[in-house]
Structures are given as structure tokens and as C-alpha cells.
Design a protein around this ligand. Structure first.
Ligand code: ZN
Length: 272
């Protein structure tokens, strides 16, 4: 599933193609994408809109229009935006034709992704109700992280996967961040000491920034808009590395489950 670094990489790559362009023609081939609305209802509203910016909040892509409306795209498992028409691709779910004659296609193998058109003024309350801190912004500090985790009995990993704690983390980057922070994934979230919070705050930033710098992790379906792959998977310290030696202490990495999610950690340096 694309997490913050993957969504951010897609955003950076596709924004120049969309910004300043008018949506000349919009085709939605899969009704699931815009449920509960009918594709034709969304198409007639989108056609003619002019894109002012492509932003990101957590794992959402936000296409902002001159009219003040916004198209909120969640890629879920396998969604992505691709430059070009992708003619003949069986997983193409929507196609934008821009006023310069170029195309941007939305591709989604598993079909869980969603498009939601929001009217002016609807975007901020919609996101505020669903998302916590944006972890790469200056406003996210160790103190704010502590406030978000205070009093929570859930395992640390589960609390970090909750998008209302922090926006944008998923299974991969939580495991990586906890490895950098040397914290046990099952640790009760509300029990971190101030120095542990500072370590975790730094670790979250480090894992996400590395992911953005490597343009995300390509494990199976994730591709950048030009069809190329990210390379973060080569940098994994914990995620997916069952039985491999810890890069810090040499101990074999272990796999467990937390809140139903596969979880990798070092039993020695993430003992508490
Ligand atoms: Zn270790």
C-alpha cells in the first residue's frame, strides 16, 4: 500500500503535468472509483476545471481547482497516476485529457482507490476529522507526538498506524521508524519517556525522508508516473527481513503480528 513517501513521490512527479492545465475531457471507466456517485455525475463536474496545485495530506493526493473545489484521491492498495493515456491497459480506471493534448491516467489493479470531489470549504473539515499531524511539517515536534500518544494503551505500532495519530505512516515506515528508534512495537504507546519520544520523533522523520529521497518502495505494484520503480526497498532495516541480521547489532530480526499486521523488529536492540 502506498504510504506517505510513495504518495509524495507520485505527487512530485505528476504535479508539473497537471498544474495550470484545464481538464478538457474526463473519462471514468470504473464506477467503484467514485461511489456513491455515478461516473457521469462526477465527469460533468470535473470537465472544464483548471488545476491550480497538486498537494498531499497523509496518504491523500489533493488536486486543487481554480473554482475552489478539490478532487481528493486515495490510492489505497494499488492506485497510481501515470503520465500518458495507457491505451489498452486493463487496469486503467480513469483518463484525463488536458487542454495541451496530453493525458494523465489513473491505474489501479486491486480497485480499492477512491476519487471524491469536494466543494469549496469542504476539504479542510473532511481531512481534519480523519488525519492527525503531518509528520514532515515543522509543526510536528516530539512534544506534539507525546500529546498524541499520551494515555494510550494500544501497542505503539498500532497507535502509529492510526492515521488520527500521524498522517501517512503504514506498515513499512512504522517498522522502519521503530527500528531506528530502538523501540518495541508492542510497547504500550502512552508509556514513552521524553527521551524515547525524541528518539521516535527523529526516527519517524528519518524513515519518511529516506523513503521520499528513494522515491518510495516498490514491492509489487507501486510505480512512479513514468512507470519506473522506487528504490527504498533496498534500504529496509527491519521490514520484511525475517531471519536476516540486524544492521546495528547482528542479532536475527524477528517477525511477529501486531494488531493483525506483520511486524519486523530486532529482539535485542528493540527489547523495550
Ligand atoms: Zn539489533
Amino acid at each position: 500500500m502506498p504510504e506517505l513517501p510513495e504518495v509524495e513521490s507520485i505527487r512530485r512527479a505528476i504535479a508539473p503535468a497537471l498544474e495550470g492545465r484545464r481538464l478538457e475531457r474526463v473519462e471514468i471507466f470504473d464506477p467503484r472509483l467514485v461511489r456513491p456517485f455515478e461516473p457521469i455525475e462526477v465527469v460533468v463536474e470535473l470537465e472544464g476545471e483548471v488545476v491550480t496545485a497538486v498537494d498531499r495530506r497523509g496518504k491523500y493526493l489533493i488536486v486543487r481547482f481554480e473554482s475552489g473545489r478539490a478532487l481528493l484521491i486515495h490510492l489505497r492498495m494499488t492506485g497510481t497516476l501515470r503520465a500518458g493515456a495507457l491505451d489498452g491497459d486493463p487496469h486503467r480506471r480513469a483518463l484525463l485529457t488536458l487542454d495541451d493534448g496530453t493525458h494523465v491516467a489513473y491505474k489501479d489493479v486491486r480497485r480499492f482507490g477512491t476519487w471524491l470531489l469536494l466543494e469549496p470549504g469542504e476539504l479542510d473539515p473532511y481531512l481534519a476529522a480523519r488525519l492527525g499531524e503531518e509528520p514532515l511539517l515543522p509543526a510536528f515536534t516530539a512534544k506534539r507526538l507525546g500529546e498524541r500518544l499520551a494515555g494510550r494503551r494500544a501497542p505503539l505500532k498500532a497507535a502509529l498506524l492510526d492515521q488520527r495519530t500521524l498522517a501517512g505512516l503504514g506498515n513499512i515506515y512504522v517498522d522502519e521508524a521503530l527500528w531506528y528508534a530502538r523501540l518495541q512495537p508492542l510497547r504500550e504507546a502512552g508509556t514513552l519517556e521524553p527521551q524515547e519520544l525524541r528518539r521516535l520523533h527523529r526516527a519517524i522523520r528519518k524513515a519518511l525522508e529516506l523513503g521520499v529521497a528513494r522515491q518510495g518502495s516498490t514491492l509489487s505494484d507501486y510505480r512512479l508516473p513514468d512507470g519506473s520503480s522506487g528504490s527504498m526497498q533496498r534500504e529496509f532495516r527491519a521490514y520484511g527481513r525475517t531471519g536476516e541480521p540486524c544492521d546495528r547489532c547482528g542479532r536475527e530480526l524477528a517477525k511477529t503480528r501486531v494488531g493483525g499486521r506483520s511486524t519486523w523488529y530486532c529482539p535485542r536492540c528493540q527489547a523495550v
